[in-house]
Write a protein that binds this ligand. Structure first.
Ligand code: SAM
Length: 322
């Protein structure tokens, strides 16, 4: 009989599939309609599911989307989640557009840290990647997050060969004078049908580029234990540089994440079509025990995965929650 893994302790919680940017790699076919608002879990429903996930072993929760900061009750949601006993790490991933104006309120509500996506340091390239010209707002958001102590601040950059390879050196340089971790993420095809092979850049190549600009990198401790990133530091730098290489060296056996979509589907893996309808079950009046059994099934299913399932035709990070 398959043993259930006991190290699955991380929940990626998509709080909305709405987003105020249109990153070219995130929702490639732009084909799925948005979730009906009535189907999206309320703050109380989310908290109930999270509490049960915590009973099932989850200790770390990251809010994502879509763009979590466009959810109108996001601060109240953070406050409620922060009150759940057993959560040791509460974080949020954002594109940073609304961060400057919300950072203090989020911190006060109990958020511990943020990851900010930033794929370019040059305005035109930022616009090509995201469809928006509001690059300066993201930088303001990063500054504000640092100022209010939403730390460690991590900057996530997805590198695409034909779009932003030219930005790698400047992005890496941000780690010299700021106490941030700049992390390069390998482009991960959201489904076999939409794999842009011309976009993919292995992180080995990104690292060579960084080193040709900043000099040799030395290993640095991880900012958070148990994640998939490997960290390094350029000489004399205040911050670090991380590499998340999900495509060139998959980390399925170490992956500790469950994902919950904004309408309450629990997914054991980003790349897997299998999902468990926690939201539907919850709204049918199910008991905590029935919900715990379903969460247990998802945990069992995840324990079987040892490599990426590449048979999915297409999914969108925006809908599943990146
Ligand atoms: N709106 C927020 C943001 O921009 O950070 C949160 C949602 S976004 C889907 C979360 C993360 O997924 C981002 O760091 C983004 O770069 C990453 N992501 C989205 N599509 C990806 C892809 N095809 N390959 C690798 N990372 C991807």
């Amino acid at each position: 009989m398959l043993m259930r893994r006991t190290d699955i302790d991380y929940l990626r919680l998509s709080v909305t599939d709405r987003c105020n940017l249109h990153c070219i790699y995130c929702n490639p076919l732009d084909q799925q309609g948005l979730t009906d608002r009535a189907a999206m879990l309320s703050t109380d429903e989310i908290c109930r599911v999270v509490r049960l996930c915590v009973e099932s072993g989850v200790a770390r929760v990251r809010l994502t989307g879509g763009e979590p900061l466009v959810r109108s009750d996001i601060v109240a949601l953070v406050r409620k989640l922060a009150g759940i006993k057993g959560i040791t790490d509460l974080s949020l991933t954002t594109n940073g557009i609304l961060l400057a104006s919300m950072a203090q309120a989020l911190k006060d509500a109990g958020l511990q840290r943020v990851n900010v996506s930033l794929d370019a340091t040059e305005g035109q390239c930022f616009r090509r990647m995201t469809g928006s010209g509001e690059f300066a707002r993201v930088l303001d958001g990063i500054q504000k997050a640092l100022a209010v102590g939403l730390a460690p601040v991590r900057i996530n950059c997805v590198v695409l060969r034909t779009a932003n390879l030219s930005q790698v050196a400047n992005l890496a340089e941000m780690s010299l004078h700021r106490p941030v971790s700049v992390r390069f993420i390998e482009y991960c095809p959201p489904g076999a049908k939409v794999d842009r092979k011309d976009w993919y850049v292995p992180n080995e190549e990104v690292r060579r580029l960084v080193e040709s600009h900043l000099g040799p990198l030395s290993p640095a401790p991880a900012t958070q234990a148990g994640g998939p990133a490997l960290y390094f530091r350029a000489r004399g730098a205040l911050g670090t540089i991380g590499f998340i290489s999900g495509r060139s060296s998959t980390f399925c056996r170490r992956c500790s994440r469950l994902r919950l979509t904004c309408d309450g589907r629990l997914r054991p893996c980003l790349h897997c079509a299998k999902q468990y309808g926690l939201g539907t079950l919850l709204r049918s009046g199910a008991s905590d025990n029935a919900l715990l059994i379903l969460i247990g099934r998802a945990l069992h299913e995840k324990s079987r995965y040892t490599k990426l399932d590449t048979t999915l035709e297409c999914f969108s990070m925006q809908h599943v929650g990146g």
